[in-house]
Design a binder for this molecule. Structure first.
Ligand code: FEO
Length: 393
């Protein structure tokens, strides 16, 4: 898109990837995505913050034809969607320096083959003056890689945050116009990208609070001109507080596991627990990730395939283990034909989840009255554990 002003001397060039449906060949993008670059025109110099994904190279280079000189190209994050076009930009602006964090230097050299003499490494807290505008660089590791940093322009009170606070949204909106829609997209983004680094993000939130900004300009999705909305959301997501919720991913092959899952959902709901159930044969894995942000308990439902859990359950368990949600409790339910090691195998897939196991119900064949009674007991255990946690709070 054309360059659009967000305040005097600061412009956003949003390249909108309307049709993209998968990120990193892993993350579903139901609403596409966007990559934002920002131009800062100071009285004595010009900076460009971040770039775009190589697939949209021309959409960034075209509006830049009107910008004759850029002194600093700031790479806040070395992943392709923001840095993939850096070599083209360095060729377009041969006098420009590539500004990045200490850890990013190695990444831009090895991933993008940038010439070392073009790189200017900045320290945490270092500033670069553009005359009447000053960029202060703040290291914010693990949002999303170890090298990530944000840029604060103090005169305009804008925080350029790259992936931090980003939302995968293809949109023409310059600012957030529909907070609920952006909340969903930003929560999905947090769940899939940021959640494993929750504790580091808590520290990063404290760190950026020292910058006196009233606008957040991320490199995905619209600009936050009411930043407290997304800051409050992040504070809630990274807090240790869990909700009275169960996430229940499951698969059923011949109906027995489904009968058990449906009974358990009802039994949990009777006890006032919110259940997020996902049939892994058809679910959007991003929805599962979102549900894991707040829930206290994970219950996995699986049939048995060659003694172990269904492969879709393997995948979901491995993913949950990678995402490291807050989760405090877990349980496994399911069915088998003649023998099963599903419980042992699923337990081995989630070592990162420091959970207390509240029980397991594995039934041979079609569930019986006794199976349903065991599921009711499990639901009661979950409700009691959640109730005790609420009392402690
Ligand atoms: Fe938007 Fe980690 O890249």
């Amino acid at each position: 898109m054309h360059a659009r002003e967000i305040c005097s001397g600061v412009q956003m060039i949003a390249t909108v990837h309307w049709e993209r449906r998968l990120f990193d060949s892993l993350i579903p993008l139901p609403d596409g995505t966007s990559y934002n670059a920002y131009l800062i025109f100071g009285s004595e110099g010009t900076a460009l913050i971040d770039s775009t994904d190589p697939a949209l190279r021309d959409e960034l280079m075209e509006p830049l034809e009107e910008v004759e000189k850029v002194d600093f190209i700031v790479s806040q994050h070395a992943e392709q969607d923001h840095a993939g076009v850096l070599p083209d930009l360095l060729a377009r602006y041969p006098e420009a320096k590539l500004v990045c964090s200490e850890k990013a230097e190695d990444l831009v050299l090895s991933h993008l083959h940038v010439a070392p003499e073009r790189v200017r490494v900045v320290e945490d807290g270092e500033t670069i003056s553009l005359g009447d505008k000053t960029m202060r660089f703040v290291y914010t590791p693990w949002v999303h890689w170890p090298e990530t940093m944000v840029t604060f322009v103090q005169e305009d009170r804008i925080l350029f945050s790259c992936d931090f606070f980003g939302s995968h949204l293809a949109t023409t909106d310059l600012y957030v116009t529909d907070e609920w829609r952006v909340y969903e997209a930003a929560k999905r983004y947090y769940a899939e990208i940021m959640m494993p680094f929750r504790r580091v993000i808590q520290k990063n939130l404290q760190k950026i609070a020292q910058c006196d900004f009233d606008m957040i300009a991320p490199s995905h999705g619209p600009v936050y001109d009411r930043p407290e909305f997304i800051l409050d959301a992040y504070q809630e997501w990274v807090s240790p507080k869990m909700k009275n919720e169960v996430v229940l991913p499951y698969v059923s092959m011949h109906g027995s596991t489904e009968m058990m899952v449906k009974h358990l959902i009802d039994s949990l709901a009777r006890r006032g627990i919110t259940v997020h159930a996902f049939d892994l044969a058809v679910t959007d894995i991003g929805k599962l990730a979102i549900a894991l942000v707040d829930a206290a308990t994970l219950i996995v439902g699986t049939p048995t395939v060659h003694v172990g859990p269904h492969p879709a359950v393997y995948y979901a368990s491995h993913l949950a283990n990678l995402l490291r949600p807050k989760l405090k409790y877990a349980a496994i339910i399911g069915s088998y034909g003649w023998s099963s090691k599903a419980i042992e195998q699923i337990s081995g897939l989630i070592p990162n989840l420091k959970v207390e196991v509240l029980g397991s119900v594995m039934h041979k064949g079609m569930p019986t009255t006794e199976t349903f009674r065991e599921l009711d007991n499990l639901a009661a255990s979950v409700a009691e554990a959640h109730r005790q946690d609420e009392e402690v709070e």
